[in-house]
Design a protein around this ligand. Structure first.
Ligand SMILES: Cc1cc2nc3c(=O)[nH]c(=O)nc-3n(C[C@H](O)[C@H](O)[C@H](O)COP(=O)(O)OP(=O)(O)OC[C@H]3O[C@@H](n4cnc5c(N)ncnc54)[C@H](O)[C@@H]3O)c2cc1C
Length: 480
């Protein structure tokens, strides 16, 4: 069953029993809870659209590993075409959900682990890559959702893992035995961990020799004993809890903190175990892949944002005002620049020793850095075009109230041929696009903080040839 249906995905979540909490209470069924069902529905789209003629072209690929068709969300990047296809797939899905469906995190993690385990084995003679490929076959054959557990809680940011006063601020191995390892720690901001069947957990930074116990990578089912998911609050939750005034009714996003309270992981699921010098390369590969993913998903949401801006301008009666057109041009420019950079990062990709392709990290990080700075301008322009009702629109309950509904109908009228209900719906969607914290903070910190993008840009840019170019034109002779 290499391609599951959405119903099979829902069933798989219902059969799991993760330890999960939201707003101080136990969360029993993520598929129906108002705070979590929206992201489960967004992930379900990655299954639905595999069986749709248009979606299939982007979401389904052949895997040589298992010799059958698999979801592209489980396939390794074995060519520049695979990387191009990923960006296009993510854009397509974001256009349909307007938010996050989180499977790209697992896809990027699988590839980063694939690249790095090959190198670890080459140096240390370990069996990590072989184990990883066995694991990947299992993921592909069962079409599983994998979440990526990268970001540690980190305690005092100025201190390395082994130097923290509390040694659990970075996830670490606390014990090893003949059957496996025991790990302890916590990972923060875990996009849709409760929508996942499996977690792929990896280090979040470079490590030194004394950080050896923190250099650990492994996979485990999301409901493994000792794994506790604690829902992280976002904005606009009253809307989904009350079931009214929803901007994008069907789809949402959430990011729990996940605690690992002395969790056992069997050896066949361990892919890095103390080889500290590979922690940095593993997280760097993940970072560049994931910044590259943003160039697809954020641009798909960008298309929704641009469409919402153009529509509300029509609904307000000013579709062809010159300043509105100028602002739409700015929005399109930013979104297409990010997208173009990530397409280019795919074309310029090169094969690693494992055969898995690595994106051009300079282009991928440029796109992400640009997103962190310029995407907010896109949102600012959206709000500028929409007007103040993004902030304080009366409720749909007011529209339905016989005592005041007629006032809403009368005074919220915009363009003559647009119903008040449609205008209100568009304002609600814009409110969510512009102010849902999980989406807008991920523009900055998703895939690592902007400083991480800058550091990667500088590290991976060879300045010497550029200096030579400048010196040659200035007539400066190179020293022997
Ligand atoms: C919506 C959302 C979804 C996410 N999804 C995932 C996910 O699915 N999986 C996952 O693993 N992670 C995820 N993340 C986590 C994301 O990668 C982190 O938020 C990001 O790496 C920043 O880490 P932090 O939040 O701990 O902030 P911090 O690292 O605390 O950064 C705050 C500031 O401190 C600076 N800083 C930090 N350390 C240092 C230092 N040593 N020296 C100088 N300056 C420093 C940073 O540059 C930044 O300016 C997600 C984040 C968001 C917001």
């Amino acid at each position: 069953m290499a391609l599951r249906t959405a119903e099979q995905y829902y069933d798989s979540l219902r059969q799991m029993s993760p330890a999960a909490y939201a707003l101080g209470e136990k969360l029993t069924d993520v598929t129906v809870h108002p705070l979590t069902k929206g992201q489960v529905a967004a992930v379900a789209q990655t299954y639905n659209l595999c069986h749709d003629p248009e979606g299939r072209q982007l979401l389904v690929a052949h895997s040589d590993l298992v010799g059958e068709e698999v979801s592209r969300f489980t396939k390794l990047y074995e060519s520049t075409d695979d990387l191009l296809a990923k960006v296009k797939m993510l854009k397509f899905l974001s256009q349909r959900t307007g938010t996050c469906y989180m499977r790209c995190t697992g896809l990027d993690a699988l590839n980063a682990v694939g690249v790095t385990t090959y190198e670890v084995d080459a140096k240390h003679g370990t069996q990590h890559h072989r184990r990883f490929l066995e694991y990947l076959k299992y993921v592909q054959k069962n079409d599983l959702v994998v979440w990526s557990g990268v970001t540690d809680v980190k305690g005092d940011r100025s201190l390395r893992p082994a130097a923290q006063p509390d040694p659990d601020m970075y996830l670490r191995i606390v014990d090893r035995n003949k059957d496996g390892i025991i790990v302890r720690g916590a990972k923060a901001h875990q996009s849709g961990s409760l929508c996942a069947n499996e977690g792929l957990i990896m280090p979040s930074r470079e490590m030194r020799e004394d950080d050896r116990d923190y250099a650990v990578c492994f996979a485990l089912p999301a409901d493994t004993e000792g794994v506790i998911h604690i829902y992280g609050r976002g904005t606009l939750e009253a809307r989904v809890l009350e079931g009214i005034d929803l901007g994008n009714v069907d789809f949402g996003k959430f990011c729990p903190m996940v605690v690992f309270d002395d969790v056992f992981v069997p050896w066949d699921r361990v892919f890095l175990c103390g080889e500290y010098e590979f922690a940095g390369p593993m997280v760097r590969a993940f970072g560049s892949y994931h910044r590259h993913s943003h160039g697809g998903c954020k641009c798909g949401v960008g298309d929704v944002i641009i469409g919402a801006a153009a529509t509300i301008a029509e609904y307000n009666g000013v579709p062809s005002a010159s300043h509105i057109n100028a602002k739409l041009v700015e929005m399109i420019k930013t979104v297409e620049t990010m997208y173009g950079c990530c397409l280019a990062a795919s074309i310029e990709a090169r094969s690693s020793d494992s055969g898995i392709y690595l994106v051009d990290s300079v282009l991928a990080n440029t796109s992400k850095l640009y997103e962190g700075q310029e995407y907010h301008e896109v949102l600012r322009l959206l709000v500028d075009i929409a007007g103040g009702f993004v902030a304080d629109l009366p409720s749909e309950k007011d529209l339905q109230n016989p005592e005041i509904g007629h006032f809403i109908e009368k005074y919220l009228k915009g363009a003559a041929d647009v119903s008040v209900e449609d205008r209100m719906r568009m304002f609600r969607l814009i409110e969510k696009l512009a102010f849902e914290t999980r989406d807008i903070v991920s523009n900055i910190h998703g895939g690592g903080s902007p400083e991480a993008h800058r550091m990667t840009l500088l590290r991976d840019t060879d300045l010497e040839p550029k200096k030579k170019l400048a010196k040659r034109l200035a007539g400066i002779k190179e020293k022997e």
